[in-house]
Design a protein around this ligand. Structure first.
Ligand code: UDP
Length: 235
């Protein structure tokens, strides 16, 4: 499969068309941004980690019955994916209070939740991805009721699968973000699952093994991305 024109360049990835109109090639970059693009930097090797980690996790999810956009890993930084139409919704899944939820509700980071929380944001950089609910999604036609039901069902199932997968590798899955797309009329998981899009804490020390090290200038950013990939690849 050959790349043809570049379709889109985002903060962390480039997306190319291919000779097959139903497939794209995603190329993962080392560029990192935070706080809606205000903070910019480079995390050396991040693109390789995120590409390989997403491919591995998508394969596991597929085995467990979640349809994903992943077709195959092409190289260290490239994956062949299904050409989806992305729903303009970010789905946040939370097991433990952290980040914006901790701030909003005045909770200490690390406070466990009695129940998994699902949140939705409208994917719009200019507006800073505002939080929305089911009513906004229906009123704005961001997804049909049926699509939203599927998204919720998949998000909860993905959380169950990933929580178990990570804890077996001594990693706590604190929270993460998902994006879904439509392919042949059905909802499938798209985008990536990586330390850029998840909060991952060491099972013993609670050391942050994710992009918060970049966001909060905690140091050792490159090392923890490699560490997560190592823990995933071993078992
Ligand atoms: N997240 C993401 N992209 C976004 C916003 C959030 O991947 O545009 C991820 C983030 O890495 C974390 C989870 O979603 O794992 C919840 O993020 P939160 O709402 O706490 O926002 P943040 O503190 O990252 O601004």
């Amino acid at each position: 499969m050959k790349k043809t024109e570049m379709l889109y360049e985002g903060k962390a990835k480039k997306v190319y068309k291919t000779d097959d109109e139903k497939k794209y090639i995603v190329e993962y970059k080392d560029d990192a941004t935070a706080f809606n693009g205000e903070k910019k930097g480079t995390i050396v090797g991040k693109g390789v980690v995120n590409n390989k980690m997403s491919a591995a996790l998508f394969a596991i999810l597929e085995e467990e019955g979640i349809p994903t956009h992943q077709v195959e890993l092409l190289s260290d930084r490239e994956s062949l994916v299904k050409a989806v139409k992305i729903l303009p919704i970010e789905v946040i899944v939370r097991n433990v209070a952290a980040g914006s939820l901790a701030k909003r509700l005045g909770l200490e980071e690390g406070t466990p939740m009695k129940k998994t929380i699902l949140e939705f944001c409208y994917k719009n950089d200019a507006l800073g991805d505002p939080m929305i609910n089911d009513y906004h999604i229906a009123a704005m036609n961001f997804a049909t009721d049926e699509q939203l039901d599927t998204v919720k069902k998949y998000a909860i199932k993905i959380n169950d699968i990933l929580k178990k997968f990570f804890i077996e590798r001594n990693i706590k899955l604190i929270d993460f973000k998902l994006e879904f797309g439509i392919y042949d009329g059905i909802v499938i998981l798209a985008d990536e699952i990586s330390p850029d899009t998840c909060r991952l804490w060491d099972g013993n020390s609670n050391k942050k093994l994710d992009k918060d090290r970049f966001r909060r200038d905690l140091g050792g950013v490159e090392e923890v991305y490699q560490e997560v990939l190592n823990r995933i690849s071993k078992k």
